[in-house]
Design a protein around this ligand. Structure first.
Ligand SMILES: Cc1cc2nc3c(=O)[nH]c(=O)nc-3n(C[C@H](O)[C@H](O)[C@H](O)COP(=O)(O)OP(=O)(O)OC[C@H]3O[C@@H](n4cnc5c(N)ncnc54)[C@H](O)[C@@H]3O)c2cc1C
Length: 471
């Protein structure tokens, strides 16, 4: 048995079913669990204070869980390659173990770490972040899948490994020093959003609650904007506070006789894997259209319209409610993400990358692979894309998925007195009705920033010009 291994925590902030950690535990007498606060990440323009807040809570929870097993989290700050080289020198560790990431930034960082530690100790990485490894599911001709449904058929149900429980005890050398956990303010961030509690403990509780109370109704409730019809597990999966394999098997085992909710929910976990493998195999999607021809789309990019969209002041109630949900809670319902992304790209004719960045700056679950996949889906520039001529009508979407207007009223208080009949089209109210319901359009609540029908024609022309010119 090796004497000491360093486990480098990154997007795997849990003890349960943590592949690299469990291997270190099985291989070494002592494990040094380290987290490195990396200023290169904190300074990125798409870093969200909401995610930093969630991260800090998750680290706090992780430290508590390690302590209850006789260990503790060693926190250091600096460039990962230098911090790890120093830690290896201090501890004499025989190896640095970590779980692999798929993001280009992380892959470049990990390559630097491997080079820096060459000859000093072993650097070993493990597959952990998905139901399956991003390069393990291929078509018969050995190419990656770029269409979701065949990908899903290839993944399920056999290939998902069963989760393994957390180590019961972990020995960590007493003389390895770490810094105290910083506060959000120490790192130069602040947030006013009401966020979910971070950490593995909260993740496990939420998973159990969802399986007990939500999963059965998922198929019918998941698209209703005003309800908590989805699991809200995305931030936990994003930071690895929850193993996707644990989530998968917990759901399957609870509903071993099957249920529509189960299959629908599992599909969403597979979507997460699907976009991870897209980013892994086609890293140019970070910053570029999956279908490269669409990089030439002539977006109008009007900054004043973008500002209305970001602030939730477009005059389209469901869009505004969703954008304000993002600002106040750091999260947005999936159906709402689809509506606002379609609206930005196909009604406001603004480049999907602008929206992608705004989402990353606020989402507590902001994740390059899923966010990029979602944006490119909505903009029809991505894999398996929604054909560009299918354009969401924001009023029809609002009526369908928020029929009583409860979602709109929750986030757009200016419309709180407007009856259901006009809640998604307040402009249709006469001046008298506007006065009666204390909502004068153009004064209390904005007039629609664009005419949907008109913009739809422009969007179709923008896409078809390109399709015609570039076969
Ligand atoms: C424009 C756009 C941007 C998005 N950005 C992100 C993002 O940054 N991070 C993120 O995790 N999800 C993103 N999604 C996907 C989806 O909206 C969220 O995962 C979901 O709303 C999270 O809520 P939930 O945990 O209650 O999901 P549930 O419905 O309970 O689904 C369970 C889990 O499956 C995964 N999942 C669900 N839907 C998708 C999907 N379409 N693509 C990939 N994974 C999915 C998530 O990890 C989620 O927690 C985006 C979708 C769109 C349309």
């Amino acid at each position: 048995m090796t004497k000491r291994i360093i486990h480098w925590f990154r997007r795997d902030l849990r003890l349960d079913d943590n592949t690299a950690l469990l291997t270190a535990y099985a291989t070494a007498e002592e494990v040094v669990p380290v987290f490195i606060v990396d200023d290169a990440i904190l300074r990125r323009p798409d870093t969200a204070s909401n995610r930093v807040a969630f991260l800090l809570e998750s680290l706090h929870d992780l430290d508590g869980n390690l302590r209850s097993r006789g260990s503790r989290l060693v926190l250091r700050r600096g460039q990962p390659e230098e911090v790890l080289a120093q830690l290896v020198a201090e501890t004499g560790a025989a190896g640095v173990y970590f779980n692999r990431d798929v993001e280009p930034f992380a892959l470049a960082r990990d390559a630097r770490v491997a080079t820096r530690l060459e000859g000093q100790c072993a650097v070993v990485s493990f597959e952990d972040g998905g139901l399956t490894a991003p390069d393990s599911v291929k078509t018969k001709t050995g190419t990656p899948y770029t269409v979701f449904t065949p990908y899903k058929k290839a993944v399920l149900p056999q290939s998902v490994a069963h989760p393994r429980p957390a180590p019961t005890q972990l020995r960590t050398p007493a003389d390895v020093l770490g810094e105290p956990l910083p506060t959000l303010a120490d790192l130069g961030f602040a947030t006013a959003a009401t966020l979910p509690p971070g950490g593995e403990t909260a993740a496990q509780a939420r998973l159990s609650d969802f399986i007990r109370n939500g999963l059965e109704h998922y198929a019918s409730a998941r698209d209703r904007l005003a309800e908590e019809g989805t699991s809200r597990l995305s931030p936990y999966l994003r930071f690895g506070c929850l193993s996707p394999r644990r989530a998968y098997w917990a759901a399957r085992e609870a509903f071993s006789n099957g249920s529509p909710g189960l299959e629908g929910w599992i599909s969403e976990l597979v979507w997460r894997d699907f976009y991870r493998q897209i980013l892994f195999h086609f890293p140019y999607v970070e910053g570029g259209a999956f279908k490269r021809a669409y990089d030439e789309l002539a977006w109008e990019n009007r900054p004043e319209w973008f500002e209305c969209w970001c602030e939730g002041k477009t005059g389209f109630p469901v869009v505004d409610a969703a954008m304000r949900q993002l600002l106040t809670t750091g999260w947005m319902h999936n159906r709402a993400r689809m509506i606002v992304a379609s609206f930005l790209t196909k009604d406001l004719l603004i480049d999907w990358r602008w929206g992608e960045r705004h989402f990353m700056q606020h989402l507590v679950d902001g994740d390059l692979a899923a966010n990029n996949g979602g944006w490119q889906w909505a903009a029809s520039t991505g894999t398996d894309a929604q054909p560009y001529f299918r354009i969401f009508n924001p009023i029809a979407q609002g009526k369908k998925f928020d029929p009583t207007g409860a979602y709109v009223r929750r986030y757009v208080p200016e419309l709180s007195a407007v009856p259901d009949r006009w809640i998604h089209e307040p402009l249709l109210m006469s001046t008298d009705l506007q006065r009666a319901f204390r909502c004068i359009i153009g004064v209390d609540y904005p007039s629609p920033v664009v005419d949907h029908g008109h913009q739809r024609i422009k969007a179709l022309a923008m896409f078809s010009r390109l399709t015609t010119n570039q076969p």
